[in-house]
Ligand binder design. Structure first.
Ligand SMILES: [Zn+2]
Length: 592
């Protein structure tokens, strides 16, 4: 990542990780390190550590760790080049501008900037219309009726597009070229090519991209006009499958709480956010698209789906569950219970209606109890006609693909049993189909690397620490380990190999670089060891650690020889093995 002499290397050398991290996390000195509450997981006592000498951080709670760039990339959810720029800016280091852009690129950028500016101006215009016009007054009354007070209107930037048909157009006309007006999606053209306002007599909701820039609008009809909801079309700055409504405000809470609530429309998202649940986003359409899921996955991999309970909403829920599982999400589904209306009849409730009728506490309660998606799907299957064999077969076929997407085999078989019980499946054929499905996982997903942290033996931990820290003799130690291949076969073998390879260089050891070259669980273990409070080491102590490894090597070979003997080989081989056993036993005895 940071090659010697590169800009990245220069920035890394000049930047102070304690200062950069300190802008995000309150750090306190603890021994030679600094400590604070981890920004990547929720915790009450600090397990997040920053090492000023090694310029690295590590959290003992969630295992995240790395150098100053890794930290900024995680915090800002950005790629390396942006992290480099941010760190450089924070530390007042100037970096050369990236290569001059091509004329086309420059033109595109200018166009995008103009479109974003237009949206900003349109937003101001719509807000003014709501606040200061007669028509706006009617719209405000409608919003109030929906429980949206002045505070909510301000907070979510709700506005009003007047009915005239060319109000926004006239507002813009002197300022922007006609081509740009139509490209913005805010202005449409009729068949004769005459421009007019796309949104008329509608409540407007600004839709922002991830960084909070308004890139589109959603608009709800004030009367009975169709469609009820009309959104911006696809434009150079807006693609609906790449945007999640409210993500710009939800992302921090989402990351902190490590889950998201997914609703269908902006009214739902606003209602849920107003109930104090900030980590809510809306798909703004009935079906969730794959890019939206990937976007979400950058902040959390745990989702509660809370779509409308109607048929379209149910279908969207099922489709979204499948898509989210493909991307390794942990999914729960909240199907809101019906609310009783004024006439005493039950009404299916979307989040907005539910919150208005039942209130925040009740919503939080059902949200907390939202079941795993499999429970939701079983409940759905049970609504099918299960009185016939044919009906049961259909129910099982509905469930099978989901069962096969569960990553864990034990869990799959548990669910299969549960499904069989819940659907009262006595037929051996269906039971067999279920248990077959439980045995295999059909998904092109990679199995996640094992993230369970390893617990290396104390001797190994100590030697790893010495290889990194014992400036006086770490090279001799590396040589000794290398010569006798003492680390071969150890669980920590790869960490040893990386440290030994690094010790060949004259340069001071770069723990973060070594960490980056290791698999995640090895990286965690290495950082853990480097952050342990440790006493200075002596060469004598190193010797005794090496001795322990030698002994383990002998014991290992002895066990192998013993297995060979027990296999009862032919005479000459047996004799060789017995001799070797004697030798090894002697070496072990001598070591004591
Ligand atoms: Zn953490």
């Amino acid at each position: 990542m940071a090659e010697p002499g590169s800009i990245a290397e220069r920035v890394k050398q000049q930047a102070d990780i304690v200062r950069v991290v300190g802008e995000y996390v309150q750090l306190k000195k603890a021994g030679q390190n600094f400590r604070g509450l981890c920004p990547f997981h929720s915790e009450k006592s600090p397990s997040f550590n920053v090492h000023p000498v090694r310029q690295m951080f590590h959290c003992f709670g969630c295992g995240k760790g790395g150098d100053v760039f890794t930290f900024v990339m995680e915090m800002e959810r950005c790629e390396f080049p942006d992290a480099l720029r941010i760190v450089a800016e924070k530390c007042g280091i100037s970096i050369p501008r990236s290569r001059e852009r091509s004329p086309e690129e420059r033109k595109e950028n200018q166009q995008r900037a103009a479109l974003i500016e237009m949206h900003r101006e349109a937003q101001t215009f719509f807000v003014k219309q709501l606040e200061g016009t007669l028509e706006g007054k009617v719209a405000r009354a409608y919003l109030e009726d929906r429980g949206l007070d002045k505070d909510a209107i301000g907070r979510f930037g709700i506005g009003y597009a007047p009915s005239g048909g060319d109000a926004l157009l006239r507002h813009f006309k002197s300022k922007y070229a006609e081509r740009l007006l139509t490209e913005s999606g805010l202005i449409s053209r009729d068949q004769s090519g005459r421009p007019f306002d796309r949104f008329r007599r509608r409540i407007t909701f600004p839709i922002a991209n991830e960084s909070g820039k308004i890139v589109a609008f959603g608009a709800r009809a004030l009367g009975d006009e169709q469609p009820k909801y009309l959104n911006s079309p696809e434009t150079p700055i807006y693609s609906k499958s790449n945007v999640l409504y409210h993500l710009d405000r939800a992302k921090d809470v989402m990351r902190r709480q490590d889950f998201a609530i997914l609703v269908e429309g902006y009214m739902d998202a606003i209602a849920v956010a107003r109930a104090g649940v900030g980590n809510v986003v809306a798909s703004c359409g009935t079906s969730l698209a794959e890019p939206q899921i990937k976007l979400l996955g950058r902040f959390t991999k745990r989702v509660i789906i809370n779509f409308d309970p109607d048929t379209a909403g149910q279908a969207a829920t099922e489709r979204s569950v499948a898509l989210l599982l493909e991307q390794d999400f942990e999914v729960r589904v909240l199907a809101l219970p019906p609310v009783r209306d004024g006439k005493g009849a039950d009404r299916k409730a979307d989040p907005d209606l539910f919150l208005r009728e039942k209130g925040k506490d009740e919503y939080l309660k059902v949200l907390k109890d939202a079941p795993p998606y499999v429970d939701y799907l079983i409940a759905r299957a049970r609504q099918m006609d299960l009185s016939t064999g044919e009906g049961k077969r259909r129910a099982v076929e509905f469930l099978l693909p989901y069962v096969q997407k569960i990553p864990n085999r034990l869990l799959r078989s548990e669910w299969a049993t549960r499904i069989a019980q819940q659907l009262r499946l006595e037929e051996p054929v269906l039971r067999a189909a279920l248990s077959k499905a439980a045995g295999e996982r059909r998904s092109h997903l990679n199995i996640k690397p094992e993230l369970v942290s390893r617990s290396a033996k104390p001797v190994e931990r100590r030697l790893i620490w010495m290889l990194a820290e014992a400036e006086g003799f770490r090279r001799e130690l590396a040589q000794a380990l290398q010569d006798a291949q003492l680390y071969a076969g150890l669980e920590t073998e790869k960490i040893f190999a990386a440290l030994i390879a690094a010790s060949a260089s004259e340069e001071p050891m770069q723990a973060t670089e070594i960490g980056a070259s290791l698999e995640e669980r090895d990286r965690r273990l290495l950082f853990e060891i480097l952050f342990e409070e440790a006493n200075e080491a002596t060469w004598e102590e190193a010797q005794s650690c090496l001795e322990a490894l030698r002994r383990r090597q002998v014991e290992h070979e002895l066990a192998e020889v013993q297995r060979g003997i027990e296999a009862q080989p032919a005479g000459a081989d047996l004799k060789g093995l017995l001799t070797r056993k004697q030798e090894l036993m002697k070496r072990l005895a001598a070591g004591q």
